[in-house]
Ligand binder design. Structure first.
Ligand code: NAD
Length: 477
């Protein structure tokens, strides 16, 4: 059985008290590994190590080109071990292997992008009429605590680690207790790449006490968190005790709007991806689908057929497009929403809870739910799409914005003016027009309302992971 320790100060170590927890394979429903269960003492050791690495070590001082080279070395090692990293994510959460490979490629890109971004960046110069000029300098902020979820175990972690370390900070990552494997391998690769001890520490364990010990530690200068809105509020409260700035990337209930003039083949393709990719365990899922009345019947026939055509099975089988949920606990949560649909007056057109004992919810499409039903309002975080029809643009914008979340939205139309007009009216951090899930790492990423606080990506990550400084200089007397 494999063991995943903490990576602290350049070494893989067990917990101080020797505690461990079980790591499950949700497809086989077996324990396949154990991991170190981090407690307050382990968290304190990890923070002390990253603090030392920041205050005394070479990383923040080594210069941008040298730091970029070190990060590219890590990315090279990830490329060499890409299939091992993908195998760990697939084993750990039943993500179809091709999707896990895609996540690894994107994780490598996170490192390469931010390594180059910090190396090539310029500050600003502000000429002043008074005979002075001012310029801005972006220095590293210090020790970063990063906490990540289980749905994209490697990708979400690297989305935080990459900009943090690229900008000269040191970082402690706490992966989800459900998926410790790939991030621990990443920590081992950082040692192999020659990272100075403490630049990247991995603390395994549960939200409390491992995660909460990090967020409450006043030696931590930044807290970056991806996870549920409820936990995000706890994390923010904890970090506020020592005024550490927080970046929160939280849940969503994305609206997906199909107008009557949409290219229906394209709209059906993306509607399926948006809610059934990763078994619907995507913060950006298009879980509330609105279809124009005039194309509703045609769209729904095709959408239901496409959902039913998804090959369900073993996540390592290359034919598989859809597999089980990431854990028994999560399966029980999603099942309870599916069970509630009928009680709330909704109709399940296709899908439902698996009847073969797997932790699986089949691709599920629901109609006729009241707009107050919990399956309509809450983030289910599973393969459950709630569909409604609409008559007018005004009506659908109002429906789409009527949510406490605001992470993303999609709209499908061939009318250019409508695309721009509606995109600007939607209350969401990202709006996709005629597509889904496409990212440019320079753009802002984040959400409004219960979907989060702050933005990451490109210069937005720079703002968060640095302490911008103004230098004012007299040039004329
Ligand atoms: P979660 O909030 O349960 O856990 C996320 C992480 O927080 C885990 O590592 C967990 O151990 C840790 N944690 C839990 N309690 C903590 C505490 N008190 N202090 C510090 N850390 C704590 O979320 P999850 O179930 O792992 O992930 C699913 C959620 O993540 C969904 O809501 C999803 O929408 C969201 N998500 C958001 C984005 C985004 O970019 N906005 C991306 C992926 C997932």
């Amino acid at each position: 059985m494999q063991f995943f320790g903490h990576i602290i100060d350049g070494e893989e170590v067990p917990s101080v008290d020797g505690a461990t927890f079980e790591v499950w394979n949700p497809w086989t429903q077996e324990v396949w590994a154990t991991a170190a269960e981090g407690g307050p003492e382990d968290a304190a050791l990890a923070v002390a190590s990253s603090r030392r690495a920041f205050d005394e070590g070479p990383w923040p001082r080594m210069g941008r080109a040298a730091r970029a080279a070190a990060i590219h070395r890590l990315a090279d090692l990830m490329e060499e071990r890409a299939d091992d990293l993908a195998t760990l994510d697939t084993t750990n959460m039943a993500k179809p292997f091709a999707q896990a490979q895609h996540d690894v490629a994107r994780s490598i890109w996170n490192f390469r992008f931010f390594a180059d971004h910090q190396r090539d960046h310029c500050g600003e110069v502000f000429p002043m009429d008074s005979g002075h000029h001012s310029y801005s300098e972006y220095g590293p902020a210090g020790v970063v605590a990063a906490i990540s979820p289980w749905n994209f175990p490697l990708m979400m972690a690297t989305w935080k680690i990459a900009p943090a370390i690229a900008w000269g900070n040191t970082c402690i990552i706490k992966p989800s207790e459900d998926t410790p494997a790939s991030v621990t391998l990443l920590g081992r690769l950082a040692i192999e790449a020659g990272f100075p001890p403490g630049v990247l520490n991995v603390l395994n364990g549960h939200g409390s006490p491992a995660g909460s010990s990090l967020t409450a530690d006043d030696r931590v200068d930044r807290v970056t968190f991806t996870g549920s809105s409820t936990t995000g509020k706890t994390v923010m409260a904890s970090a506020s005790s020592h005024l550490a700035p927080v970046s929160l990337e939280l849940g969503g209930k994305g609206a997906n709007i199909v107008f009557e003039d949409a290219d229906l083949d394209n709209a059906v393709h993306w509607a399926v991806e948006a809610i059934f990719r990763n078994s619907g365990q995507i913060c950006l899922a298009g879980s509330r689908l609105f279809v124009a009345s005039s194309v509703y019947d045609e769209f729904m026939d095709r959408f239901v057929a496409a959902a039913e055509a998804l090959t369900i099975g073993d996540p390592f089988d290359p034919k598989t497009r859809f597999s089980s949920l990431a854990s028994k606990k999560h399966f029980e949560k999603v099942s309870s929403y599916v069970d509630g649909v009928g009680l709330d007056g909704g109709k399940i057109l296709t899908g439902g809870v698996d009847d073969e004992g797997r932790w699986l919810i089949r691709p599920t499409i629901v109609t006729d739910l009241p707009l107050t039903a919990s399956a309509y309002c809450d983030e289910i975080f599973g393969p459950v799409c709630v569909v409604n029809r609409f008559e007018s643009e005004e009506e659908v914008v109002s429906l789409a914005n009527d949510t406490r979340y605001g992470l993303n939205a999609m709209l499908f139309t061939e009318n250019l003016s409508r695309a721009h007009r509606v995109a600007s009216q939607l209350r969401a951090g990202t709006v996709w027009v005629n597509c889904f899930f496409i990212r440019d790492l320079r753009t802002p990423f984040g959400g409004v309302g219960d979907s989060g606080v702050g933005r990451e990506g490109g210069n937005f990550s720079r703002e968060f992971f640095t302490e911008p400084k103004a230098v004012v200089m007299q040039i004329q007397r």
